[in-house]
Design a binder for this molecule. Structure first.
Ligand SMILES: *Cc1c(COP(=O)(O)O)cnc(C)c1O
Length: 458
């Protein structure tokens, strides 16, 4: 698309408070077919709202299964969103200059939230609906700590207790994230813990000592199902979580329209898939309407490549096998990825909705090693002034690679990415990179084979 006069003069594209979207977008009714339903682990029958009631408040369950295209964001949630939203969209002018590329790179910055990542877009509504349903406490898992921080913040606003099981490796390596959760009032445990049956059992196997998201989910779910005043919250993967994040893409659409741009490539990092879905789903809607034609590309770590290497199969969301079975690209629920720095991308599966869209051929995916990611992140930090969280460095690496390709072809490619969080608590990762101590770990093929062999028999 042509570069408008306005696009030439803008670096930071903002929206007024009054332009903030007031609805979340549900992509499911616009897809050629709906995603396969989650199944009950015992009966293998589709789970209904009643099956999910011990875990989630009914408002969220109805969003999970909704076939409405749009859902109004409650006023109480909009009030909280307004403290940092609409978030800015930047054009990466100095990075473009460094790369000497004709491509134009835009990034939607979610690190301006109180927790420093996009996760507050869903933690706030989740806390709100739980409070409304009379819940007293929310349990959850967290990897690097971004989700736990976002939920602890939201619970503090709505006067709810918050109990977090943090993946052991991250708990040990990132004390500042734990402290931040504690400042917001959360009670944080190292997972696997001795507080749950799942934790006690899984802790017996030494390979589980550094923990995983799957193990931490098992612990948090167990703690929630045993008490009716306690609910569980998930920071990614589920339909309602992805939907809450669509405010990112809805804002970005308006911001790009302001400067007369349409993207040729959308690129985002995928752990469970929520920031990627949040940015891309509104653009996929526009693409389906024939209004634009961007390629939509997910980037995942080489050591946890669920979309590019995983099997599209029904699997558990957690390690102990307590959740419903979800059809997704999975490395196997007891696959433990190497402890890379992008802790938020170490989940064994991919959101069922993204897995389905990938199967439909509506998006592409690739995996990147962490050294390439951090090399890109340092280039980005030194030109744009923001230190990215380790997770979005994956998207930045691909954005840079594509901008360099555009230099060869002379293409004025418009690239859009979500810079979904800052890396202020991840400086140890940058330390490892800058001192040459970072290693690229590939997927362990033997463990991967074993984990696939342990997929539930359907
Ligand atoms: C949690 C997190 C991720 C991974 O989760 P998605 O659901 O895939 O977005 C990526 N980046 C940041 C900054 C996160 O906090």
């Amino acid at each position: 698309m042509g570069l408008s006069k306005d696009a030439k003069s803008f670096t930071k594209i903002t929206l007024d408070e009054s332009e903030m979207p007031t609805q979340w977008y549900n992509i499911i009714p616009d897809l050629p077919s709906p995603p396969p339903p989650p199944l009950h682990p015992g009966t293998h029958q589709p789970v209904g709202p009643a099956d999910l009631a011990p875990l989630f408040p009914m408002d969220l369950i109805m969003q999970e299964v909704s076939t409405d295209s749009y859902i109004d964001i409650p006023g109480e949630v909009l009030d909280v969103y307004r403290t940092w939203r609409p978030s800015p969209l930047f054009r990466a002018r100095r990075l473009e200059k460094l790369l000497d590329t004709p491509a134009r790179i835009y990034y939607k910055y979610e690190g301006v939230s109180p927790a420093g990542s996009h996760k507050t877009n869903t933690s706030v509504p989740q806390a709100y609906y739980n409070k409304k349903a009379g819940i007293k406490k929310i349990t959850t898992e967290t990897g690097a700590g971004q989700w736990g921080t976002a939920l602890a913040f939201a619970c503090s606003l709505f006067d709810l207790e918050c109990e977090v099981w943090q993946v052991g490796g991250s708990y040990d390596a990132k004390p500042y994230r734990r402290l931040m959760m504690e400042v917001f009032g959360a009670n944080v445990h190292r997972s696997p813990s001795q507080l749950t049956e799942a934790g006690r059992k899984l802790a017996l196997d030494p390979k589980n000592h550094s923990g995983s998201l799957g193990i931490a989910i098992s612990e948090a779910v167990e703690a929630a199902v045993t008490d009716p005043t306690v609910a569980y919250a998930l920071g990614s993967v589920l339909n309602h979580v992805l939907m809450h994040q669509t405010i990112i893409g809805e804002e970005a659409l308006k911001q790009l329209a302001k400067v007369g741009e349409t993207p040729d490539l959308l690129v985002g990092c995928t752990g469970g898939g929520s920031n990627f879905a949040g940015l891309s789903f509104p653009f996929i809607r526009e693409k389906l309407k024939g209004k634009m034609n961007p390629e939509i590309r997910a980037v995942e770590p080489a050591s946890c490549p669920s979309l590019t290497r995983g099997k599209y199969a029904y699997d558990f969301g957690d390690t102990a096998g307590m959740t419903p079975l979800m059809k997704m690209h999975t490395l196997g629920h007891d696959f433990i990825p190497d402890p890379i720095h992008a802790g938020g991308l170490r989940y064994h599966g991919m959101a069922p909705l993204i897995s389905h869209i990938y199967e439909l051929g509506m998006m592409t995916a690739e995996s990147v090693g962490q050294k390439e990611c951090f090399a890109a992140a340092v280039q980005f930090a030194r030109t744009e002034g923001i230190v990215p969280a380790p997770e979005p460095t994956h998207a930045i690496a691909v954005a840079i690679a594509e901008a360099l390709k555009a230099k060869e072809t002379g293409e004025e490619k418009v690239i859009l990415t979500a810079l979904c969080g800052h890396g202020h608590f991840d400086l140890a990762a940058y330390d490892a990179f800058l001192n040459g101590n970072m290693v690229d770990s590939a997927i362990n093929e033997k463990d991967f084979e074993a984990a696939l062999a342990a997929l539930p028999v359907m």
